[in-house]
Write a protein that binds this ligand. Structure first.
Ligand SMILES: [Cu+2]
Length: 137
């Protein structure tokens, strides 16, 4: 009886560990729309959507080549701190205007090239940046 309990516990632990470490990135078909929401607070990007990045500071954004990517950035600063959004070597993934407190902007593009890129705020490049990863399907 004790042995069975141990086995069930082990399997549960492995399951939880695996789910916790694997971002939900394979749940959409090729060319799917990927909607990502980041908020900005205390000079950081904080993940809001999807749930796999919720609450994470400067989270990795992972998509597949061919995906239509929609990134919304909501400025939640409580003082007059103006943010911005761009991805290095992805000129199409660039906010057309600065984002003032309480405002938001949306950047939409197709992830045409695979690779490991960096997204960042052009106004605060030392604290606001993260990885933008485009995987091959
Ligand atoms: Cu900024």
């Amino acid at each position: 009886m004790h042995r069975w309990n141990w086995l069930v516990f082990s399997l549960l632990s492995v399951g939880i560990f695996t789910v916790g470490c694997t971002p939900a990135i394979t749940d959409l078909p090729p060319g799917a729309s990927r909607e990502i929401v980041l908020i900005t607070s205390n000079m950081r990007f904080i993940g809001e959507k999807p749930d796999s990045i919720k609450g994470i500071e400067n989270p990795d954004i992972i998509v597949y080549a061919g995906d239509k990517v929609k990134i919304t950035i909501r400025n939640r600063e409580t003082t007059l701190i103006i943010h911005d959004f761009a991805v290095s070597n992805y000129p199409e993934a660039r906010a057309k205007q600065s984002i003032r407190p309480t405002e938001e902007t949306t950047v939409e593009f197709t992830a045409s090239r695979t690779g490991d890129f960096t997204y960042y705020c052009r106004n605060h490049q030392t604290s606001m940046y993260g990885r933008f990863i485009v995987l091959k399907r």
